[in-house]
Design a protein around this ligand. Structure first.
Ligand SMILES: Cc1cc2nc3c(=O)[nH]c(=O)nc-3n(C[C@H](O)[C@H](O)[C@H](O)COP(=O)(O)O)c2cc1C
Length: 406
C-alpha cells in the first residue's frame, strides 16, 4: 500500500470500522463514510477507491455573487461542482421525503403581520451562549467543504465571519480545526463525532478549546450510515483527506468513532472541555427535556437535512412542541430547509433562538469562495430584515407566536 493511501485509510479508520458493521449496500453512505475509501471486505461490489485529491477539480473562483433567490444557487452550483461531489452535497437518504418535507413544513406556517408598529428599523443582532452575532444564523456543521471549493472551510469560515454569523466547524472538515479557526475571527463552535477512545476524544476536544471554539456540538444521529442512493449510483468516494485526522501523527486517526453514544459521553464532553455542550439531532420533546436535565446548554433540532433517517418529521413540525417542553431552559437551534428570511422568522416565532443553514452555504462557496458564503448569509439577513420590517417586529427577542396565524 502506498503511503498516501495508508495515511488516508488510517485517517478514516472511524468510518471504515463503522461501515464494517453494516450491510455492504449502506456502507458508503453516511456522513463519515463519505470520506472513506471503500473497505474492500465490507463492500465487495464497490469500485476500487481512488482517494486522489489531485484528480478532483473543485471550483476555484473567488468573486462577489448576486443572489435573487437562494434556491437558484443549487442548479448554478451543479454546473461547476464535479458530479460525485454535487450528488453528495445535494442528496438525502432513501426516498428523500424528509429532505423535501423540511422545506415544505416551513410553507405550512404563515405569518400574521402587525402593521402600524411605528418601527422604522429591525435589529437582527443576538447572542447565543455568549457568541455575539449580527444575525440569528449559524453555518451548520458540514463535512468536506473541499468538495465545493478549493479553499474549503477556510473560505466558508472567512465568509461567515465577514457576515457576522456563527460558524460550526465539522469534525470531518477538509481543513484542520486550527486552520479553520485562524480564518474565522468571529464566533465559532466545534461539532464532534466522538472518537471511541477517550484519549483520542480528549485530544481533539482539547485542540478545539485551545483553538478558540466556545461550544461543542455533539451529533447524535449518525451512529450508523444511511442509505444515500445518489452516492451509490455515482459510486461516490470522497477524493479528499479529512483535515482533523492526522493519520500516523495523532491518536484520533486510529480510533474508531463511538457507535454506542450515551449520556456518559455528554457528561464526558462537558467535564473535559468545561464548554457548553449542544446535542445535534434532537427531534422530540422528551429527548429535548432529557438533554436539559443532563446539563446540555442547547439543542439543535435537526434530522441532518434528511440525510440520515428518512421518513422522520420535518424539523419545523416538531419544533413547537420541543420549544414548549424546553421552556427557555436551553438554547434552541433548528436546521433543515432554511432557504428564506421568512423561514428564520417563522422558526424564531415558534421558539428557536437561531437557525442553522447547510447546503446553500456550500453552493455559495462553490460559486464565489468566501465572498459567495458571505453573500448567502447577507441575503438571508436581508430577507429577515425585510420580514421583520413588514411583519412589525423590531428585535429578535420580540419575534413570537403573536406574528403567526393562529
Ligand atoms: C454535505 C453535507 C455534509 C454534512 N456533514 C455533516 C457533519 O459532518 N456533521 C453533522 O453533524 N452534520 C452534517 N451535515 C448536516 C448539516 O449540519 C445540517 O443538519 C443540514 O445540512 C441542514 O439542512 P439543509 O442542508 O437543508 O440546510 C451535513 C450536511 C451536508 C449537506
Amino acid at each position: 500500500m502506498d503511503r498516501k493511501r495508508r495515511d488516508f485509510l488510517s485517517a478514516t479508520a472511524a468510518a471504515v470500522t463503522l461501515s464494517a458493521a453494516l450491510p455492504a449496500k449502506f456502507a458508503n453512505a453516511a456522513e463519515p463514510l463519505a470520506h472513506a475509501p471503500a473497505p474492500q471486505a465490507a463492500t465487495p461490489q464497490a469500485p476500487a477507491a481512488s482517494p486522489d485529491s489531485s484528480t478532483y477539480a473543485a471550483p476555484t473562483e473567488i468573486k462577489a455573487i448576486e443572489i435573487i433567490n437562494l434556491r437558484e444557487l443549487e442548479p448554478a452550483a451543479q454546473k461547476i461542482i464535479p458530479n460525485g461531489g454535487f450528488g453528495y452535497i445535494s442528496s438525502g437518504a432513501g426516498d428523500e421525503w424528509t429532505k423535501r418535507e423540511n422545506e415544505a413544513a416551513f410553507k405550512r406556517v404563515t405569518i400574521a403581520p402587525r402593521y402600524l408598529s411605528g418601527y422604522k428599523d429591525a435589529d437582527r443582532s443576538t447572542t447565543l451562549l455568549g457568541s455575539k452575532l449580527s444575525m440569528p444564523v449559524m453555518v451548520s456543521a458540514m463535512a468536506g467543504h473541499g468538495m465545493a471549493h478549493v479553499t474549503a472551510e477556510v473560505g466558508s469560515a472567512k465568509g461567515t465571519s465577514a457576515a457576522g454569523a456563527l460558524y460550526c466547524a465539522a469534525s470531518l472538515s477538509t481543513k484542520t480545526l486550527e486552520e479553520i479557526a485562524q480564518a474565522c475571527p468571529g464566533p465559532k463552535w466545534f461539532q464532534i463525532y466522538l472518537p471511541a477512545d477517550r484519549g483520542a476524544a480528549t485530544e481533539i476536544l482539547g485542540r478545539a478549546k485551545a483553538a478558540g471554539y466556545t461550544a461543542i456540538v455533539l451529533t447524535i444521529d449518525t451512529v450508523v450510515p444511511s442509505n444515500r442512493e445518489t452516492d451509490r449510483r455515482n459510486h461516490f468516494r470522497s477524493p479528499l483527506p479529512v483535515g482533523n485526522f492526522p493519520g500516523q501523527n495523532g491518536s484520533y486517526g486510529v480510533s474508531p468513532m463511538k457507535r454506542d453514544l450515551d449520556w456518559d459521553d455528554v457528561a464526558f464532553i462537558r467535564k473535559t472541555t468545561g464548554l457548553p455542550v449542544l446535542l445535534k439531532g434532537v427531534m422530540s420533546p422528551e429527548f429535548a427535556v432529557a438533554a436539559v436535565e443532563h446539563g446540555c446548554a442547547g439543542i439543535q433540532v435537526s434530522n441532518h437535512g434528511g440525510r440520515q433517517l428518512d421518513d422522520v418529521s420535518a424539523t419545523m413540525t416538531v419544533l413547537p412542541r420541543i420549544a414548549d417542553a424546553v421552556h427557555g431552559r436551553a438554547t434552541i437551534l433548528i436546521d433543515g430547509g432554511v432557504r428564506r428570511g421568512q423561514d428564520i422568522f417563522k422558526a424564531l416565532a415558534l421558539g428557536a433562538n437561531a437557525v442553522a443553514v447547510g447546503r446553500p452555504v456550500l453552493y455559495g462557496l462553490a460559486l464565489g469562495g468566501w465572498m459567495g458564503v458571505q453573500a448567502v448569509l447577507q441575503h438571508l439577513d436581508g430577507e429577515l430584515e425585510m420580514t421583520m420590517r413588514l411583519a412589525g417586529a423590531r428585535t429578535i427577542a420580540e419575534i413570537s407566536k403573536r406574528f403567526l396565524t393562529a
